[in-house]
Design a protein around this ligand. Structure first.
Ligand code: PLP
Length: 389
């Protein structure tokens, strides 16, 4: 088990808890000091050094969940992504990134890397040949994100692990969509796991945070830059995130089950043109997903049939909220063409297969029957406004 000797729920509940030596309380006390003694101590603690008692404790939980030696907690997913990438790239280096990354990561690369003299290539497709074709003499890092947003395409992690070894690259994955409950990329030879902890780790749409897990050597290198970039998380939020992560496996397993049931149900509806969920046998990457994921996550997307107004449908929903972020206990939907992928423009969206009818669905923990009831009622209302052809 990637989680080490303890089982998944035990790690979520207990690993890294800060002992309450004074009162023997059942949960971690919260240490809010931003100033600690410097004389006669082994460790000079300071929040921006990522080493307060709560930061250290939660880092251990993240590391254990990913089966790694060490971890770090950041102030946002993007603080984790940017610090980790920049820690392994310098002027004259090149990085290979898979196509169809999270928009914020894409923006970081295309808006910032040139001024640091860092070269980059996005792959054309997710095949081994596509990654091989992008590698250059000066490539230092390969960066992937699987399943991808919003079409849930799956990248072959064992292939990436082999490619990184062959070309002596550091391999990194944004493991946000799967969460460590469903996927532990280190099992396939990936070096560094990055999370927007705002998503499944937080799980209640009330925390913005990031996390990284890797070997101690890699974490030391990330830490060297992180203390200068300063993207640490306040201990108040670290403590809240620890609280959230105790139930992460319970939540995510329920979200996996709900998403599979919803994907099968949506697939059977005539109002739905197509469902993108790697848990469905009809998904082109289903076999690959089965080989590297324990569950298929709560994320999916689907295309409404032509003639059903996607915006009117979202407005008609009562229970499922139209909302930007994802992975909370509450179900949410959004239109990628109007939000995350708006800036790509119509032509590029069409090339990537992101139509105006495509809806991204983050499935929560509600009862499946209630979610289905909400969708049926909204479809009915939409059809009244705009009859199905
Ligand atoms: N990675 C993925 C896959 C995401 O979906 C997000 C945010 O939506 C991020 C990274 C960035 O995380 P944050 O918003 O916490 O900075």
């Amino acid at each position: 088990m990637a989680q080490g000797k303890l089982g998944l729920n035990t790690v979520c509940t207990h690993t890294g808890e800060v002992p309450d030596e004074q009162f023997q309380g059942a949960i971690s006390p919260i240490y809010l000091s931003s100033s600690y003694a410097y004389e006669g101590v082994d460790v000079k603690r300071y929040p921006r050094y990522f080493n307060t008692p709560n930061q250290e404790g939660l880092s251990k939980k993240v590391a254990a969940l990913e089966g790694c030696e060490a971890g770090m907690i950041f102030g946002s997913g993007m603080a984790a992504v940017s610090t980790t990438l920049m820690a392994f790239l310098q002027k004259g280096d090149h990085v290979v990134l898979q196509e169809a990354l999270y928009g914020g990561t894409y923006n970081l690369v295309v808006e910032e890397f040139e001024k640091f003299g860092i070269e980059y290539s996005f792959t054309e497709g997710l095949s081994e040949a596509a990654f091989e074709a992008a590698v250059r003499e000066n490539t230092k890092v390969v960066y992937v994100e699987t399943p991808s947003n919003p079409l849930m395409k799956v990248t072959d992690l064992a292939m990436i692990g082999r490619l990184a070894k062959k070309h002596n690259l550091v391999s990194m994955i944004d493991n946000t969509f799967a969460s460590p409950v469903n996927q532990t990329p280190k099992d396939f030879g990936i070096d560094i796991m990055i999370h927007s902890a705002t998503k499944y780790m937080g799980g209640h749409s009330d925390i913005c945070a990031g996390a990284v897990a890797a070997s101690q050597e890699h974490i030391d290198r990330i830490w060297n830059l992180a203390k200068n970039f300063g993207g640490s998380l306040s201990d108040m939020t670290v403590w809240l995130l620890e609280r959230s992560m105790k139930t992460m496996a319970l939540r995510v397993k329920q979200q996996n089950a709900n998403a599979l049931a919803m994907a099968e149900w949506l697939d059977s509806r005539e109002e739905v043109e197509r469902v993108y969920y790697p848990g469905l046998a009809s998904h082109p990457d289903h076999e690959l997903a089965k080989s590297q994921m324990r569950g298929f996550s709560g994320m999916m997307s689907f295309e409404l049939a032509d003639g059903i107004g996607a915006e009117a449908f979202l407005e008609a929903l009562q229970l499922i909220k139209p909302s930007m972020s994802l992975a909370g206990v509450e179900s949410t939907m959004l239109l990628p063409s109007k939000t995350s992928h708006f800036l790509l423009g119509e032509e590029e969206r069409a090339r990537q297969g992101i139509s105006e009818q495509l809806i991204r669905f983050s499935v929560g923990i509600e009862e499946v029957e209630d979610l289905q009831g909400d969708i049926v009622a909204a479809l009915k209302q939409t059809a009244q406004v705009q009859p199905v052809n």
